[in-house]
Ligand binder design. Structure first.
Ligand SMILES: Nc1nc2c([nH]c(=O)n2[C@H]2C[C@H](O)[C@@H](COP(=O)(O)OP(=O)(O)OP(=O)(O)O)O2)c(=O)[nH]1
Length: 249
């Protein structure tokens, strides 16, 4: 098999990057079948063997980063027409087809992302503890979460994080590294169900002492107490990253 790899950064949440990629399909002149699909992190399609020994597989991985979703793609092929054709003509064709495909894909995902409300959260760390907050009202009342909230249209994600922490806690936070992104269940602010995501950054307190202005309760917890809290279910996959953060000297 012959192989090419491609990497694209998409200005869209993981969920949108994944869904748009699947809706657009793949740039090949014959149908591929789904072998595996794990929304929103990976999928694998394959064709063949068809006529002769023709085979093609196309795999994609979606990774959340501070600047958007990184999409890594790997295309493997074998035409059955001989190594020279695979290495030269087909390599050029695959590269050209993928470039066109990836340009239109990145643009489509960025446009679709404009309709999705994203949520940002802060894992505010002090020493060996992280600040967690218990929701006071609404359907998730009583569950624990990271302070934060919805990004407003056109607002930078980190600006939203600083604004939400000021509103909810009365403090100034300084965001640090990006910890991860998870899909949120249900619909956020009337958007498509399952499309919104929560993106969480580590942060430290730059000014003030947190006060529960909107939450029922705030707590500074150590690693050992994280698991025992009744978290919003969507947040749990982020806990390993928070634990790793607290484990640092
Ligand atoms: N802040 C926050 N929201 C979360 C977390 N996990 C999770 O599923 N969510 C959901 C709950 C809500 O549906 C949505 C955030 O909404 P929110 O009510 O906190 O946002 P907001 O502060 O902008 O609220 P509002 O001004 O509209 O009242 O994301 C989390 O860890 N932190």
């Amino acid at each position: 098999m012959y192989r090419l790899r491609f990497t694209t950064v998409v200005a869209a949440p993981l969920t949108v990057a994944f869904d748009v990629a699947r809706a657009l399909g793949r740039p090949w002149p014959f149908p591929l079948e789904e072998v595996e699909s794990v929304r929103p992190v990976r999928d694998l399609y394959a064709a063949g063997p068809g006529r002769g020994r023709r085979r093609l597989t196309h795999e994609r991985w979606f990774t959340a980063t501070a600047t958007g979703t990184v999409v890594d793609e790997q295309v493997d092929w074998e035409s059955g027409l001989g190594g020279l054709v695979d290495r030269t003509v087909l390599r050029r064709r695959v590269r050209r087809a993928m470039r066109r495909h990836l340009d239109s894909y990145a643009a489509a995902a960025a446009v679709r992302a404009l309709d999705v409300v994203q949520v940002v959260g802060a894992a505010v760390v002090r020493g060996d503890r992280v600040l967690v907050a218990q929701r006071g009202s609404g359907p998730l009342a009583g569950l624990w979460e990271f302070p934060g909230g919805k990004v407003e249209p056109g607002e930078d994600h980190l600006a939203a994080l600083v604004r939400e922490c000021a509103e909810e806690l009365g403090v100034v936070v300084a965001p640090a590294e990006f910890l991860g992104e998870v899909p949120l269940d249900g619909s956020v602010a009337g958007g498509a169900p399952g499309a919104s995501t929560l993106r969480v950054w580590a942060a430290r307190l730059a000014d003030g002492e947190p006060v529960a202005r909107e939450h029922r309760e705030l707590r500074w917890v150590r690693t050992a107490d994280l698991d025992g809290l009744d978290w919003i279910a969507a947040d749990r996959p982020l806990l390993p990253a928070v634990r790793a953060l607290l484990a640092r000297p």
